[in-house]
Design a protein around this ligand. Structure first.
Ligand SMILES: Cc1cc2nc3c(=O)[nH]c(=O)nc-3n(C[C@H](O)[C@H](O)[C@H](O)COP(=O)(O)OP(=O)(O)OC[C@H]3O[C@@H](n4cnc5c(N)ncnc54)[C@H](O)[C@@H]3O)c2cc1C
Length: 390
């Protein structure tokens, strides 16, 4: 195998570089990152949570691998204690269902998750109230809860540990902006850099987050991955101190989780759609108009609330079906993708990076069958929808 160039040094670029150099010692892997501060990368702006509760089995499998990797980060990366602790807090996710139809779907997917090793429990409204007496449950038809393997962790610790481990195995991380491909015979022969240089390669990996569609365009490929703006609020609620709270996904349309003494919350804007990649202005009205009324109705302890901080991140949104695109493009066989995670990529980075590396090195899916996430569905116009997108 000739040299591999990875475009994007966020968690996906670092993960695929880690796996490529682990599985193929001596392989020359260069990761290009335009902004090593990661100020606007999805990885840095993430809410950094992990769950087993997905509606597609492949995503549950990726999360099963992800949580094991995060829990034993030093062992998994080979860095040992130097990897540091990713601070996994397993408070669980609590999904609320507001109708009998939603509850039926919840029960069906919980059975699938359990069959794959997840601990998902279905709770009645009374059981939710008993476990979390600070929640109002009159409108809750049922709930699903993950008592283990779900919670939140250190996003930048995951990125920097993967990068350090990849570097220790020989990967090179270079501050440089890729600007195009040198194509030869329908394949990528090199990656053009902003300074005019061309890095020749045997394969390239697109791990460019929300810029993935632009990068795909350099090879004449269309990819429905677009940036979608999310405003995240950090709030103080002095009358609501519940450090054992789960990550709550309320059917009233927001999510909430504790963050130290404070809380993090966000919602999907009613007019959600692709945003200008340069639009980083927060939609502050969303807290007052959408989140706070629903939150107060759910938990009266949130009567006195102060927004103490907010930030904007762009979801790496796959408009086709809210699932990742992994592996080679059928039309350009040595151009591999690792993008479109639609807001749940951080937790899947260890497994997705491994899968793409294995496919690139061996021509097939190995440790996990990730074929449902391959780009064949894009070419065939077939959606493979993940319904648990928050
Ligand atoms: C608000 C928010 C909350 C989220 N919450 C969660 C969560 O709770 N759990 C979870 O699992 N996931 C979550 N996610 C999603 C997760 O963060 C992403 O799926 C994941 O980080 C994607 O990683 P990436 O490496 O593909 O993208 P990025 O981290 O964006 O990295 C891509 C990198 O590519 C670089 N790049 C782009 N173009 C070029 C170029 N031409 N040349 C060189 N470099 C280039 C960029 O500078 C960038 O650093 C959330 C995302 C957001 C925005």
């Amino acid at each position: 195998m000739q040299d591999v160039v990875v475009i994007g040094g966020g968690v996906m670029g670092a993960s695929v570089a880690f796996w490529l150099t682990r599985l193929s010692p001596g392989l020359r892997v260069t990761v290009l990152e335009a902004d090593p501060t990661h100020a606007r990368s999805c990885t840095a702006l993430s809410v950094a949570s992990i769950r087993q509760q997905f509606t597609t089995a492949v995503n549950v499998r990726l999360s099963r691998f992800g949580v094991a990797f995060i829990r034993d980060f030093g062992g998994a990366t080979g860095l040992g204690p130097a990897a540091g602790d990713l601070g996994l807090r397993e408070n669980g996710y609590l999904f609320l269902a507001g109708s009998a139809e939603a509850a039926a779907v919840m029960a069906e997917v919980a059975a699938m998750q359990r069959a794959l090793g997840a601990g998902t429990e279905i709770l009645t409204a009374a059981a939710v109230a008993a476990r979390y007496p600070w929640l109002e449950t009159a409108d809750v038809a049922s709930a699903s809860f993950g008592p283990r393997d779900e919670g939140w962790f250190d996003n930048m610790g995951l990125l920097s540990g993967l990068r350090r481990a990849a570097q220790a195995q020989g990967a090179e991380f270079r501050t440089a902006r890729a600007t195009g491909f040198a194509m030869q015979g329908g394949e990528v022969a090199g990656v053009r850099l902003a300074d005019g240089a061309v890095l020749s390669c045997g394969a390239a990996v697109v791990a460019a987050g929300t810029a993935a569609a632009r990068v795909a365009g350099w090879a004449g490929l269309a990819l429905p991955v677009e940036p979608r703006k999310r405003t995240v609020f950090v709030i103080d609620a002095p009358n609501a101190r519940h450090p054992d709270a789960p990550l709550l996904i309320d059917h009233r349309g927001y999510y909430l989780r504790p963050e130290g003494r404070h809380w993090i919350c966000a919602t999907v804007p009613a007019d959600d759609g692709p945003c200008d990649p340069d639009d980083w202005s927060p939609d502050l009205h969303l807290f007052e108009d959408a989140i706070w009324p629903a939150l107060y109705a759910r938990a009266p302890g949130f009567d006195a609330v102060k927004v103490i901080r907010h930030w904007v991140g762009h979801y790496d949104y796959n408009a086709l079906d809210q699932n990742a695109f992994l592996g080679p493009h059928p039309a350009v066989r040595n151009l591999h993708f690792l993008c479109g995670f639609s807001g749940h990529g951080l937790q899947h980075a260890p497994g997705a990076g491994r899968g793409v590396a294995e496919h690139l090195l061996t021509g097939g899916w190995r440790s996990l069958d990730l074929s449902e996430l391959s780009l064949a569905r894009l070419v065939e116009g077939r959606a493979f929808r993940e319904r648990a997108v928050v």
